[in-house]
Design a protein around this ligand. Structure first.
Ligand code: NAG
Length: 334
């Protein structure tokens, strides 16, 4: 598909999105149309219908895939079912990044699933980086109102010029509004979409206290309902732009309705366990974009202090190198 065709398809689809976030109306992509295997040999299996993917982590390797195109803004979504039972140290990530194109000043928007300890819930983390701001993590962590290993649930990222919104089952759980003071820290360059499973023993579950136990392998994460509705841009363009109308559509879609906002606030009251905005050990001065909510501050200040960096840059064969000084921090908490 040429970029113009893609743009027109994208435009018409986004019009659907604008009115009440009509996720179910968006067509689902075949794996081969939108993605390529990134690593993991036989540990990535595309289901016969071409629309579902199994990513496995075993003793040999994790696995992952990446979008064929790079996108400047858009809506990115998947239904994901996480591995059941003991999964400490297992990391599943669904994220946008341009780390391969920009070593020093990359952007990133992350959904990360950080394993569990038997009998405890999976935790999910969201994070963003802009223009290489890896010294400033903007992590939030949450538990969920359902068991993510029992069934498929939608996890989605909306990225516009001015907003980033994370959704779980179409409920917004986090909104990042671009502020002037964030400067380049707000992701602004085209990114690819990634989904990976890998061994985060040193990192993921309580700061590395609980590693991957391969007695319980293989660990399988299933992905389906893959939605990629971004503004695909030509990678050779130095200053890629989406057409004004597309930008306007994404902007419209990033307006949260009042009832959605109420749901978001309720989610955050009940399920958020960490926010960088309340981590005074880490940030003596609260980052400028934080809007301090006294109720959240009271609840979160002393809870869940383990902090992780963003997606380690390479994680093939279970090995990775991390770009954040927070990533390897050990903790004795919980
Ligand atoms: C991004 O980083 C580069 C170099 O690290 C810098 O030259 C540039 O001004 C930054 N851009 C923004 C928007 O902050």
């Amino acid at each position: 598909m040429g970029y113009l065709t893609r743009f027109i398809v994208f435009m018409s689809l986004f019009t659907g999105l604008v009115s009440g976030f009509a996720l179910q109306k968006l067509p689902l992509l075949h794996f081969d149309e939108g993605y390529t295997q990134l690593f993991g040999d036989q540990n990535l299996i595309v289901h016969r219908n071409g629309k579902s993917v199994r990513l496995t982590l075993d003793e040999r390797t994790g696995s992952g895939f990446v979008s064929n195109d790079i996108y400047l803004h858009g809506f990115f979504s998947s239904s994901i079912k996480l591995p059941a039972d003991y999964s400490a140290g297992v990391v599943i990530a669904f994220y946008l990044s341009n780390g391969d194109m920009y070593e020093k000043n990359h952007d990133e928007i992350d959904f990360e699933f950080l394993g569990n300890i038997r009998g405890k819930e999976w935790r999910i983390q969201t994070n963003i980086y802009g223009n290489g701001s890896t010294h400033l993590g903007r992590e939030e962590r949450y538990n969920l109102w359902f068991d993510p290993t029992e069934d498929f649930h939608h996890y989605s990222i909306l990225w516009s010029l001015s907003h980033i919104i994370f959704y779980v089952d179409n409920v917004p759980i986090r909104e990042v509004k671009r502020t002037a003071s964030m400067g380049g820290d707000f992701p602004a360059k085209p990114m690819s979409l990634y989904a990976t499973i890998w061994d985060g023993s040193k990192w993921a579950t309580n700061g590395g206290k609980y590693g991957v136990n391969y007695k319980f392998a293989p660990y399988v994460a299933q992905f389906t309902d893959l939605i990629l509705h971004g503004c695909a841009v030509d990678p050779t363009e130095k200053f890629p732009r989406c057409e004004d109308e597309a930008v306007e559509n994404i902007r419209q879609a990033s307006k949260i309705t009042e009832s959605q906002r109420n749901k978001m606030e309720s989610f955050r009251q009940k399920h958020m366990t960490y926010s960088y905005c309340y981590d005074h050990m880490r940030y003596k001065v609260v980052l400028s974009e934080c809007i301090v909510n006294p109720a959240e501050a009271k609840r979160l200040r002393v809870y869940d202090p383990v902090t992780f960096g963003g997606i380690p840059h390479r994680h093939r064969n279970g090995k990775h190198r991390s770009r954040s000084r927070f990533a390897e921090r050990e903790s004795e908490s919980i």
